[in-house]
Design a binder for this molecule. Structure first.
Ligand code: NI
Length: 136
C-alpha cells in the first residue's frame, strides 16, 4: 500500500461555543476560544489517500485532480470564512478542529473514488493538530 499526502492551507475564523450552555460555562470550558467576536487561525490541512500504483501511470491517484477536488470542495469553502457561520458542511457543527476533520472526511469519502481516503490531519497551531482515520 502506498500513501500520498496533499497539503492545503486556509485562513479562517471560529469561536468555540456551545449554545446550550451559559456564557459563563462557555468561558470556563473554552476560555478565550469562546470570545464573542471570534478569532482566527492559519490552518494547514493534510489529506492522505492510499492505494496501489496504477500499472499504466504509476500513480495511486492523479495528484492534480486531487488538488482540484480539494480546492473546489474544501478550501474554497473554508478559506477566509467564518467556520461557525459560512460553511455548508459545518452547519450546526461546533467548529473545533476535531469536528472539522470529521466533517471534511464526510465530504471527501463520497468524492474520492480512484483510491481510498486514509487520514485527514488539521494543524491549528504550531503546537496542536488533530488526525482522523475515519469512523472506527
Ligand atoms: Ni481557535
Amino acid at each position: 500500500m502506498v500513501f500520498l499526502t496533499r497539503r492545503e492551507r486556509f485562513n479562517a475564523a471560529h469561536r468555540l461555543y456551545n449554545k446550550e450552555w451559559s456564557d459563563e460555562k462557555n468561558k470556563e470550558v473554552f476560555g478565550k476560544c469562546s470570545n464573542a467576536n471570534y478569532h482566527g487561525h492559519n490552518f494547514e490541512l493534510f489529506v492522505t489517500v492510499k492505494g496501489l500504483p496504477d500499472p499504466d501511470t504509476g500513480f495511486i491517484v492523479n495528484a492534480h485532480s486531487l488538488s482540484v477536488l480539494l480546492q473546489s470542495e474544501i478550501i474554497d469553502k473554508l478559506d477566509h470564512s467564518n467556520l461557525n457561520l459560512d460553511v455548508d458542511f459545518l452547519k450546526d457543527v461546533l467548529p473545533s478542529s476535531e469536528n472539522i476533520v470529521i466533517a471534511i472526511w464526510g465530504v471527501l469519502e463520497k468524492l474520492i473514488t480512484d483510491c481510498e481516503l486514509h487520514c485527514i490531519k488539521l494543524v491549528e497551531t504550531e503546537n496542536i493538530f488533530v488526525e482522523y482515520y475515519g469512523p472506527q
